[in-house]
Design a protein around this ligand. Structure first.
Ligand code: GLC
Length: 517
């Protein structure tokens, strides 16, 4: 018998399923219609029962909430609308007691314009030390912004101050970009990481991890429509080499703590190879594969190609591929892919892949995007800056339904909800067990999926691969396809009738006896 100590200990994050909690929309503990840390704590057993390994919490720090908390005014405190530091500690202890790890967002590319550093900078004369922590720049001689950079939320990435200088904001004007060449900034964020690590968090999701360093001299991008090129071109303000030095320094801090603390990069890099640089052994642990999220599900060969390129690139640096289908910034995949059947097929495919996977709250309920939010309810700066032409991200952030008959469908005891919930939430809450059960079964079985992925030849529209002892068949064609002879179905995203896989379905098959399959 082999001694258990001979088995190399896999770091938990290499295969983890991590559930994204958009805190303001998960569960409301105090009845004000905004989800909070107390509400999350009460609902943690749902996540334990689902079988996820960890949760990622979107920002809950003190914030004017111009961008849903991604505009932080105090990185070491909890926003009063979401609770207190004591609520955070209680939630963290409760999660750990349920064997759920907790990773939190860190937002280092920009602060809120209400952050003490920025208000101080505005009070100071041009050229002063508080301004040096941000990107302040004189206007051109004809009074134009310093260059042609565009904000991700639309419009110029520069805003003019009362004294005529301009400051840089890659997102909303209420989110001024920090200058990471300034040593104060580096020291401050190392302190912020330690503050939360000391409280016991298991890691960080690093917001805009590719954006902190800007090309020297602010060269023109030379393009319009830069937002559309996000992740397709190296722009002078994204994916610059200098960001890797920051991540290396942060990795040392994470490694200096016990218990396998980790970090995942939100980085929009132009190729899987460039993305893989963020997960070099001395940098971060994971980086979201947005290429997979954006793959065209009408073209199964493209889905397979994106899986291969992500696996190959992550493998080239010894990192786990990190899969995601939905998050708080994109249209929910039930709506994107056109049906719940296809969404569930995609989820079973994702969960069968080697590596780590992220779920977004409500995936396990089959929630669609809410497309018809009234204009006066909208909150996303993307909506406002586009003059209402871009629906923005509110539709994937509508508070969750928990119970069909309760006020606010169980989200809030008073019936309040910061974004209106559609009537469809009643049926989704009533029928929640069908999709929840599928996810729960998948997460339990997934623990038995090991080994690399090997593709089988398959008809057009069908993806078919094996991992040790398992086979996964995804039918994205309109016709049913035959199951292999003697297949023992372990799990299917749609009911299996006879020996075929219906359209828009994924099945997992035990293949323990067939060593070649
Ligand atoms: C990230 C967040 C997004 C936010 C932006 C600016 O992309 O996921 O929600 O608006 O950064 O912080």
């Amino acid at each position: 018998m082999s001694d258990i100590s001979d088995v190399p200990q896999q770091a938990w994050w290499r295969t983890a399923v991590i559930y994204e909690v958009y805190v303001r929309s998960f569960a409301d503990g105090d009845g004000d219609g905004v989800g909070d840390l107390a509400g999350l704590r009460e609902r943690l057993p749902h996540l334990r029962d689902l079988g996820v390994d960890a949760i990622w919490l979107t920002p809950f720090f003190r914030s004017p909430m111009v961008d849903g908390g991604y505009d932080v005014s105090d990185y070491r405190d909890v926003d009063p609308s979401l609770g207190s530091l004591a609520d955070f500690d209680a939630m963290l202890a409760a999660a750990h007691a349920l064997d759920l790890r907790v990773i939190i967002d860190v937002v280092p590319n920009h602060t809120s314009s209400q952050h003490a550093w920025f208000t101080q900078a505005l009070q100071e004369l041009p050229g002063g030390p508080a301004r040096a922590r941000y990107h302040f720049h004189p206007a051109t001689t004809d009074g134009e912004p310093p260059n042609d950079w565009e904000s991700v939320f639309g419009g110029p990435a520069w805003t003019r101050t009362a004294d005529g200088e301009w400051y840089l904001h890659l997102f909303d004007p209420a989110q001024p970009d920090l200058n990471w060449d300034n040593p104060d900034v580096r020291v401050e964020f190392e302190g912020v990481l330690r503050f939360w690590l000391d409280r016991g968090v298991d890691g960080f999701r690093i917001d805009v991890a590719h954006g902190m360093v800007k090309a020297a001299g602010y060269p023109a991008a030379g393009l319009t429509g830069q937002i559309g090129l996000l992740g397709r071109r190296v722009l002078p303000y994204f994916d610059q080499d200098g960001v890797h030095e920051i991540h290396k320094a942060w990795r040392k801090i994470l490694d200096s703590y016990p218990g396998q603390r980790m970090a995942v990069a939100e980085a929009w890099a132009s190729t899987p190879q460039r993305l893989a640089r963020y997960t070099a052994p001395d940098e971060l642990h994971q980086a979201f594969n947005f290429e997979f999220l954006q793959a065209d599900w009408g073209d199964p060969a493209a889905v397979r190609a994106s899986i291969d390129s992500c696996l190959h690139a992550a493998g080239s640096v010894g990192a786990p591929a990190t899969w995601v289908l939905s998050n708080h910034d994109v249209r929910r995949h039930v709506t994107r892919l056109g049906s719940l059947e296809r969404a569930n097929a995609a989820a079973l495919l994702m969960l069968a892949l080697p590596g780590s996977a992220y779920l977004y709250q409500g995936d396990e309920l089959g929630l669609p995007e809410v497309l018809d939010l009234p204009a006066d309810a909208r909150q996303d700066p993307v909506w406002f800056r586009s003059g209402g032409t871009d629906p923005g991200r509110d539709g994937c952030r509508v508070p969750l339904p928990w119970e069909s008959e309760a006020p606010a469908y169980g989200f809030s005891a008073t019936g309040a909800s910061w974004l209106p919930q559609p009537p469809a939430w009643a049926a989704l809450a009533r029928d929640r067990s069908s999709t929840v059960d599928l996810y729960r079964a998948a997460l339990a079985l997934r623990r038995r999926l090991t080994g690399p992925l090997r593709w089988h030849e398959s008809p057009d529209g069908v993806l078919d691969f094996a991992r040790d002892g398992f086979r996964c068949i995804v039918n994205l064609s309109p016709e049913p396809v035959a199951l292999p002879d003697g297949a023992e179905v372990a799990l299917a995203s749609r009911p299996i009738d006879g020996s075929t896989v219906p359209a828009d379905a994924t099945v997992w098959i035990f293949a323990r006896t067939a060593r070649s399959s």
